[in-house]
Write a protein that binds this ligand. Structure first.
Ligand SMILES: [Ca+2]
Ligand SMILES: [Ca+2]
Length: 280
């Protein structure tokens, strides 16, 4: 380049337009061969410098082009990566929304389960209380465990028997038949406690009759009733007296105590059967 600088100085100096007198002075007789040789040298240097400059500019332009291409590739690559990341971010946001929705649904279901569990637990406690009360009332404790008794619904338990008070009215035979249909029979009263428990007013047929032999009262299981036990009978009973029935009075009702009536009369009745026993 220093050479190209010197060449430029030479070119400028050669292009000067000096006055003719001066030019003549300058063109004083001198060896003409030296001047032509210098001009030729300056021309070669100029072309060489131009080639160098063009080549340098070309290389710089090429490098600049490559740099731009690389920058463009990097830019698009970055844009592509950002786009992929944005898609993944949107997918994660969608998944997060689904998870939030599922979490809310599960929380709601969990609350329902807790509420149901609480309700079931309350019912269990009520049932446990009922079972405990029934055990206290109906279970005895023999040596080999706790034995309980059970009467069907509507039947009342007293002293190892179940009793059913009817709501309808029938004659004595039909009343007994109704008890037999329920695998029971008309009640047999064997002691005063039982009579006082059952005698609550109103006439109820019981399983005592003298239809076979007058004045020989027998229970429905065939056992006899001792008429000397007068404490069971109302005053003046049994009197076998019914003006409308020539058969007299051969069937017994319990009011508060015993009384014989015509078997064809319709009254309510009391059935009796043994309870179910079970061990716990
Ligand atoms: Ca009689
Ligand atoms: Ca009577």
């Amino acid at each position: 380049m220093a050479q190209c600088d010197r060449m430029e100085d030479s070119v400028v100096y050669a292009d000067l337009h000096l006055p003719e007198s001066v030019a003549k002075t300058e063109n004083r007789p001198s060896p003409s061969g030296r001047k032509d040789a210098a001009s030729k040298d300056n021309g070669h240097v100029t072309i060489s410098c131009l080639r160098t400059t063009v080549t340098t500019l070309f290389i710089l332009s090429f490098l600049l082009l490559i740099s731009n291409i690389v920058l463009i590739i990097l830019h698009f690559s970055q844009v592509k990566n950002e786009s992929v990341l944005q898609v993944k971010l949107n997918e994660e946001k969608g998944k997060n929304l689904n998870l939030t929705s599922n979490q809310m649904l599960l929380q709601s279901q969990l609350d329902d389960v807790k509420q149901n569990f609480s309700m079931v637990n309350r019912k269990y406690e009520q049932l446990a209380g009922n079972v405990s009360r029934v055990r206290d009332e109906m279970c005895i404790t023999p040596d080999n465990g706790t034995m309980c008794v059970f009467c069907p619904p509507a039947w009342k338990f007293f002293k190892n028997s179940c009793y059913l008070f009817s709501n309808e009215m029938q004659n004595w035979n039909n009343s007994r038949h109704r008890c037999l249909e329920m695998k029971s029979d008309l009640v047999i009263i064997t002691d005063m406690d039982e009579m006082f428990f059952l005698g609550k007013g109103g006439d109820y047929w019981i399983g005592l009759t003298d239809q076979v032999v007058e004045n020989s009262f027998r229970w429905v299981d065939g056992t006899s009733h001792d008429l000397n036990k007068t404490q069971f009978w109302s005053g003046g009973e049994p009197n076998n007296k019914d003006d409308k029935d020539p058969e007299g009075e051969d069937c017994v009702v319990l009011t508060f105590k015993f009384n014989d009536l015509s078997c064809s009369k319709e009254n309510k009745w009391i059935c009796e059967k043994k309870p179910i026993h079970f061990f716990t």
